[in-house]
Design a protein. Structure first.
Length: 198
């Protein structure tokens, strides 16, 4: 059984299952099957002694890996890449966007936080397709907690993942397996959601 799991991790089976379920869930919600806009963000998590790539996120003060995801505007996971935590958001973003280019050909507008700002990212994105990044910033006059438009959607997706004990830390020895568990958690969430709405 474990052999099948690792084979599915490598050949993209979980990505394709997730893709079909995302399109079904979007149609049930009254949206077009393929999204045209998404929200990108990352989450740094601690690793265990299992081994594999590991780095240090100086901003979050976490030694481990970074889960870099992109969701549609409803919060459905459309793409994910796991890499060591030392990679900055603007450097990891092109790989995430490139991974969803063929599955979601209409997704070309992305909402992001200030970590993705700057000409360096725009220059790299120009090489892989026509992408537009809209930075959603917190107001300078705001005090206390402020719900930021669009950006809260991807944070809610991370909260959904937080309900899975397997994702409390990164327990995996490989980033391929770590990415597969993100898709498995989302597949479970989508199957429940689709069943409830039908």
């Amino acid at each position: 059984m474990q052999g099948y799991f690792y084979r599915f991790c490598r050949d993209g089976t979980f990505d394709r299952i997730n893709h079909v379920l995302v399109m079904q869930a979007r149609e049930i919600a009254g949206r077009e099957a393929s999204p045209t806009a998404g929200v990108i963000d990352s989450q740094s998590v601690k690793t265990t002694e299992a081994g594999g790539p590991c780095g240090f996120d100086a901003g979050k003060k976490i030694k481990g890996r970074k889960r870099h995801i992109i969701t549609d505007t409803i919060g459905h996971l459309v793409g994910a890449i796991v890499h060591h935590a030392g990679i900055q958001d603007r450097d990891g973003a092109p790989d995430v966007l490139k991974s969803v280019k063929s599955l979601y050909p209409w997704l070309r507008h992305v909402f992001a936080d200030g970590g993705y700002a700057g000409p360096k990212l725009n220059g790299r994105l120009a090489k892989i397709g026509k992408w537009t990044i809209q930075i959603v910033k917190r107001s300078d006059t705001a005090s206390g907690f402020e719900l930021l438009p669009r950006r809260w959607v991807v944070e809610r997706t991370f909260a959904w993942f937080g309900r899975c004990r397997r994702l409390a830390k990164d327990f995996e020895a490989t980033v391929t397996s770590a990415t597969a568990w993100l898709f498995l958690a989302h597949i479970r969430l989508l199957t429940r959601k689709i069943t409830r709405n039908r």
